[in-house]
Design a protein. Structure first.
Length: 351
């Protein structure tokens, strides 16, 4: 049976923040919400890893039964970093310094020398796992989640093409590209033309929606394809995109900006595709061909998304983000899109 294995980025954008904010406090703080700290396949049962969120370490670990946990990195006993030698034993996280063990609820269950454990707990963070993504909740005052991500039902989306990289920027700025209709044909031309709004920007609490139609011309194609992009924003930490292509092809993308430091983000992309099985072939052969084609289409879209829309020095977004300034009062013009409305909606995610 065909089994996709995923993909890692070969692109290396400029490091650091925009020169505009070197030695200066950026104009936007880190927003509250759910942010992706990795894809599920990156953390097998019994493994431990350390990721960055808003300038602080977060230790992710998975128990032997598969439970995902996220915690602040320091052991409450004497402060050892659990990501530097910490290990999973069964369902417990064990500190490398004195062998203190902590259960799935974070409570200390035993010491490394058989004495009665102290009343101590890990500083667990709220974590969710859905659609192949590990999402951690960030709230500036430490409050629990005030909303949940509306992810697809389990099993309906599993990204087979995956990418992680970093660049200068901020989650709000990254997702603003979706409603910045003017840049689509100005920056991304000649690959994109004739962009128009099919369904206007609408808000539903922490979620927002917009649908665009545009003519897209992939490399090697003489004529552009009329393609529909359905965007669903889940706070400022993730956008779900359904791309509908002539012929019944559907590509689904999760685009996930995570703030790792002031004015610096990690960008994760998870992509899968659904290519219809040819009707004239026997069902088993049709399913195999559909699975293989879906994998290849997913890989192509990951390459195309990165090469053309993100990292291209001539037509990409990342070179712009690496050097631009955020303007709280931009001088907008007709054709820019609902940037002001988007920013009002985004305001709910800040202190």
């Amino acid at each position: 049976m065909f089994k996709p294995r995923g993909h890692s980025s070969k692109f290396a954008p400029t490091s650091g923040v925009s020169p505009r904010y070197v030695g200066e406090l950026p104009p936007l703080s880190a927003p509250n919400g759910w942010f992706c700290l990795g894809f599920s396949h990156e953390l097998a049962p019994g493994k431990v890893t350390t990721r960055q969120l808003v300038g602080r370490d977060v230790v992710l670990y998975r128990t032997r039964s598969g439970l995902l946990r996220a915690t602040r990195p320091y052991c409450p006993h004497l402060g050892a970093h659990l990501g530097a030698g910490g290990r999973v034993e069964g369902e417990e996280m064990v500190c490398p310094f004195h062998g203190f063990a902590f259960g799935p609820d974070g409570v200390c269950t035993r010491t490394g020398y058989g004495t009665r454990p102290p009343k101590a707990s890990l500083s667990l963070l709220h974590v969710r796992e859905a659609s192949g993504m590990m999402m951690v909740w960030h709230q500036h005052d430490g409050d629990p989640p005030s909303w949940e991500m509306r992810t697809p039902p389990s099993g309906t989306f599993s990204p087979v093409a995956r990418d992680t990289t970093e660049c200068a920027g901020h989650p709000q700025e990254v997702l603003e590209n979706i409603v910045d209709f003017g840049h689509l044909t100005a920056l991304h031309w000649p690959r994109v033309s004739n962009a128009r709004v099919v369904k206007a920007f609408t808000e539903d609490g922490a979620t927002a929606h917009v649908t665009l139609e545009m003519a897209v011309r992939p490399p090697g194609w003489k004529k552009p394809m009329l393609t529909t992009y359905e965007f669903t924003l889940h706070g400022l930490g993730g956008t779900e995109v359904h791309i509908r292509i002539p012929g019944g092809f559907v590509v689904r993308i999760w685009f996930l900006p995570t703030p790792v430091a002031p004015w610096r983000v990690q960008l994760r992309s998870g992509i899968d595709a659904r290519v219809p099985a040819p009707r004239l072939l026997p069902a088993p052969l049709g399913r195999m061909l559909s699975a293989a084609s879906s994998y290849l289409v997913s890989q192509f879209f990951l390459w195309y998304h990165n090469r053309v829309f993100l990292f291209s020095e001539r037509n990409g977004d990342v070179p712009i983000w690496n050097a631009k300034e955020y303007l709280s009062q931009p001088r907008l013009a007709e054709g820019d899109g609902p940037i002001t409305r988007y920013r009002r909606w985004a305001g709910q995610f800040y202190p």
